[in-house]
Design a protein around this ligand. Structure first.
Ligand SMILES: [Zn+2]
Length: 309
């Protein structure tokens, strides 16, 4: 039995078919972890869709209504970059419920791992870049409203800037947002995070880990979160179709170790969400995400975890 739970639902699949976003990756990761005997069926927990009240704590009612009723404007559909369907909407509500559950489990067990979520391009009033509902923000707001935490930090290591998350938490002193991303990439407009680390094209393991370590440790010395949400995008990988950084499998594992170790070592629980990953071979994307689950187990076992009294 794993020392933490894996949050997964077969409804996470956005059913996009032959799209650059391989939304079947969630099922592939689930299957890989089982096949490799890293996990057994008992290690998985199924989330419920997030209640509308949780969604509305982050998103504008008009946006939520239009998503629910299928009345997005043409411009809104184009901006979303994924074809609208009822299943798509259900999948976003489930992902938000999953990230919320992962945050709750993290507070109990040190790690909560959502095999989904990380839709960091969703803003309060619109969606873009494959993201309609910002599950990261929904989870943090719910933990705050339940009185479980006051302060949270988001460490977003997807190759793309976390624009939606940055905008949602702008001016909110209770949430620190850190985004490390390729500067010359989508989104062209990058609303400031609390800390943005802009990386040049083609950055490799060494430089990336150096800049991340420096920024992350500075952030941790300024701000003491009670929960860390790690947005573990697989798209800084060297063979990613939408990314222009050059991290290796080993570099990505080191990145995971750096983020998770630094938090757990300071007794800060970590909720992990997946975000992007568009490797030429979907199997590489699956390997990167599965490796994050392995690193989380190693670090959790090494640091030990006792919930704060
Ligand atoms: Zn991305």
């Amino acid at each position: 039995m794993l020392p933490y739970h894996l949050v997964y639902h077969e409804g996470y699949d956005l059913k996009l078919g032959d799209h650059v976003f391989p939304s079947q990756k969630y099922r592939f990761i689930h299957d890989r972890l089982l096949r490799d005997r890293f996990a057994t069926e008992e290690d998985f927990v199924r989330p419920e869709p997030a209640p509308d009240a949780d969604i509305l704590a982050v998103h504008e009612p008009g946006w939520v209504d239009r998503l629910r009723s299928g009345t997005l404007s043409y411009h809104e559909m184009v901006q979303l970059e994924v074809p609208y369907s009822r299943e798509l909407v259900e999948a976003f509500w489930l992902a938000a419920g999953g990230s919320t559950l992962a945050a709750r489990l993290a507070l109990e067990q040190g790690i909560g791992f959502n095999i989904g979520g990380g839709f960091h391009h969703a803003f309060a009033g619109h969606g873009e870049g494959f993201c309609a509902i910002n599950d990261i923000a929904v989870a943090i707001r719910r933990m705050q409203r339940d009185g479980c935490i006051e302060r949270a930090m988001v460490v977003d290591c997807d190759v793309h800037h976390g624009n939606g998350t940055a905008a949602i938490f702008a001016g909110d002193a209770s949430v620190f947002t850190l985004s490390i991303h390729q500067f010359n990439n989508y989104p062209s407009e990058k609303p400031p995070s609390s800390l943005d680390i802009h990386m040049p094209d083609g950055t490799g393991d060494e430089e990336y880990l150096h800049r991340l370590g420096e920024g992350y440790r500075t952030a941790m010395s300024l701000f003491h979160p009670e929960l860390l949400v790690y947005v573990a995008g697989a798209d800084p990988y060297c063979e990613d179709q939408l990314g222009g950084l050059a991290l290796s499998f080993d570099g990505l594992r080191e990145r995971d170790r750096l983020v998770i170790w630094t938090a757990l070592h300071s007794r800060i629980p970590v909720a992990i969400v997946l975000a992007g990953g568009y490797a030429m071979s979907v199997l590489d994307t699956v390997t990167i995400h599965a490796n994050t689950a392995r690193v989380a187990k190693e670090v959790l076992e090494k640091t030990g975890w006792k919930a704060a009294p």
